[in-house]
Design a protein around this ligand. Structure first.
Ligand code: ZN
Length: 74
């Protein structure tokens, strides 16, 4: 399930929501503002997990647009 991380535009509070549908109401738990910026959740991103423990960093990373932080690499 997609868990999105939000940053409140008003107070800067970071919070996560499990979004079931587009009609899910997103509001800041701190100030109840509906203005927010969506961040990519670190839990949803396919992190560089299994290969890194081998010690050989031969993966073609580092040349991407963001180094994987935005999830553009699969
Ligand atoms: Zn807020």
């Amino acid at each position: 399930m997609p868990i999105f991380e939000y940053v409140c535009d008003d107070c800067g509070e970071r919070y996560e929501k499990l979004v079931m549908s587009k009609s899910t109401k997103i509001a800041c738990p701190k100030c109840d503002s509906s203005k927010h910026t969506i961040q990519l959740s670190v839990f949803a991103a396919p992190a560089n997990g299994t290969k890194a423990s081998n010690g050989g960093s031969s993966a073609p990373s580092g040349g991407g647009c963001c180094g994987g932080a935005c999830g553009c690499q699969n």
